[in-house]
Design a protein around this ligand. Sequence first.
Ligand code: SF4
Length: 371
Amino acid sequence: MYVHVPFCARRCSYCDFSIAVRRDVPADAFAASILQELTIRRAREHVEALDTLYFGGGTPSRLGGEGVKRLIGTITDVTAVAPGAEVTLEANPEDITPSSVRDWRDAGVTRLSVGIQSFDDAVLRWMHRVHDAEAAVRAVHTARDGGLTAFSVDLIFALPVSLERDWEADLDRALALDPEHVSLYGLTVEPHTPLGRWSARGEVAETPEERYEEEFLLAHQRLGDAGFEHYEVSNFARPGKRAVHNSAYWKGVPYFAVGPSAHGFDGIERRWNIAALAAWEAAVARGEDPIEGSETLTQENRIAESVYLGLRTVEGLVLLPNEQAFVASWGDAGWIEFVGDASSGRVRCTPLGWMRLDKLAADLTALRSHS
Ligand code: SF4
């Protein structure tokens, strides 16, 4: 189950997610609304015991120790959680304190995904992040000292050249924290964000593609040398420490999703909730399913998804007989490689291929859809 918690302390300069900026987070009211949504939807939808529970956002850690505890209690009162389930909380450094860590552990959180983004204070200010580098390091130690030892670090790469960010130094500082998982995101300029406006006014130049490639390949090398497996285009894990919840998305496993703007999938249909917090709250208060839209996957959608999902992970995908010749030039260019024996027909992207993932997936989908 995915639970979208929309609260943030302020909007980061690059972020166009559905968030609600609040100084004081109404944790009780939010938990009550989640309970209302669960009650309404469980009357018609079957929910199995959860293998994973993921709190994303927004900044779920803004709910604080007590708030997360109450929210998890609310969910587990009405939904069974499988023994040993992975329970992940996205957390920003400023919210990680000894008491919040204690409460999160008591509530059943097993893993933190820590939004660090960079260890360069000037860059963090430019991003409008609340924390500085020292706070990020302190937060990780606090989590570990409190017994939450499983954590992922999020970093953003491909920042504007003018920021003079030292990507290699940031990777090294992340590794020094000894995380078991690292997620990397290339910066994109979205129009309705402060960054989008700076860019439209010509105050920030777009990051050149070569820089994106250089930093992506450096991360692959550096994290690989440190023992991490680059198991998905944006994700690296120590052996046995892949993110179970996110891996389910990439395998096409059904997941239930609650909260404003949450997207779910039941194996046949994708659905998404009303995005604005107040409108979502009002819908569930009226006893209505807060759905905003849904889409049943067509045969073509299914093909596109299976190709895209296959190519984004190291598991890759099995080529159909007529596709081998089509992708031969991709192999020559070093964009794909066979997984194990070539006779298996299973290929996966190399890091060079992952930088062209959208194009490769689109071309293979077009071929597969018309054969
Ligand atoms: S903390 Fe995350 S969700 Fe909130 S504004 Fe920043 S990037 Fe967006």
